[in-house]
Design a protein around this ligand. Structure first.
Ligand SMILES: O=C(CCCCNC(=O)Nc1ccc(S(=O)(=O)N2CCN(c3cc(Cl)cc(C(F)(F)F)c3)CC2)cc1)NO
Ligand SMILES: [Mn+2]
Length: 248
């Protein structure tokens, strides 16, 4: 049997094709999995569990159906959907895990993270992150009317599109360049937990990295984003395979 890991789908009403790939994945191979782990940035934006979008409703319903079929689904919040709350998680049947989280995978401990905590070189982002993860900041933001919060998200989207169009190489790529992880932060985290396998997303740089930490052979597996196609890590007793999910 296999355990599945995905992240950085950035599901968005403007990209229904990716939501369709995700629904097919939930109705397809996910049904035969031991468990599904979603390691953050499931949604492009999330301003509260009163989110009115069809995408949010579809995902809750489809994930709930998978869970009810006997496949547990675990979720770690990302830098985009950090406001995804217990109410929505309950609706979807997902169990929210802390970031980082330690799980046992076929008898071996594995460290799971979204990955933004490893981007310690981006000090401005880490300061912003500390603020918006503060429960008081979150309560203040969530106390605003839904329309105001949706307007905030729309302004953030437009600002991001402007930054991308101002990029020197005019690359209208799907996202501003996300700082990569700091090798020191990776090493320090693996050392702190004394675990040799780390799985994370966020950087949109899918790869399997081998590294040595205090003489131990470690592995850092980075999940791929779902902008151009799906990406899934399939882990079973015999090993781990990071593969693409082509669009239909
Ligand atoms: O990771 C990096 C950098 C690259 C990626 C970092 N960029 C990134 O994540 N952008 C982003 C994420 C979420 C959204 S949002 O639309 O979903 N939404 C916006 C308003 N949110 C809010 C919450 C709270 Cl509590 C408090 C506030 C406050 F105080 F600002 F008003 C706002 C809730 C969430 C919009 C943009 N480098 O390593
Ligand atoms: Mn992210």
């Amino acid at each position: 049997m296999t355990t599945l890991f995905i992240s950085d789908l950035h599901l968005d009403p403007e990209r229904p094709d990716i939501t369709a790939v995700f629904v097919a994945f939930l109705r397809g191979e996910a049904r035969d999995a031991d468990a599904l782990y979603i390691l953050g940035d499931l949604f492009e934006a999330w301003v509260g569990d009163d989110d009115p979008s069809d995408v949010g409703a579809t995902v809750a319903s489809e994930v709930r159906t998978l869970v009810d079929s006997g496949v547990p689904v675990f979720f770690i919040r990302g830098n985009r959907d950090f406001l995804l709350g217990d109410a929505y998680a309950r609706r979807a049947g997902m169990v929210v895990l802390p970031d980082p989280a330690v799980i046992m995978l076929y008898g071996r401990p594995v460290l799971l993270m979204h990955g933004d905590l490893l981007c310690t070189d981006d000090t401005a982002y880490q300061q912003f992150r500390a603020q918006v993860r503060d429960p008081h900041w979150q309560a203040r933001f969530l106390a605003q009317p839904l329309q105001a919060r949706l307007a905030f998200a729309q302004q953030a989207r437009e600002a991001s599109m402007r930054r991308q169009s101002e990029m020197k190489d005019g690359d209208r790529g799907r996202f501003e360049t996300i700082t990569d992880v700091s090798p020191v932060a990776v090493r320090e985290t693996l050392h702190r937990f004394g675990i040799d396998t780390l799985i994370h997303g966020h950087t949109h740089r899918p790869a399997v990295h081998e590294l040595d930490v205090d003489g131990h052979a470690c592995r850092r597996i980075v999940l791929g984003d779902w902008y151009e196609q799906g990406s899934v890590l399939r882990v079973d007793r015999d090993g781990a395979r990071l593969e693409g999910l082509p669009l239909p």
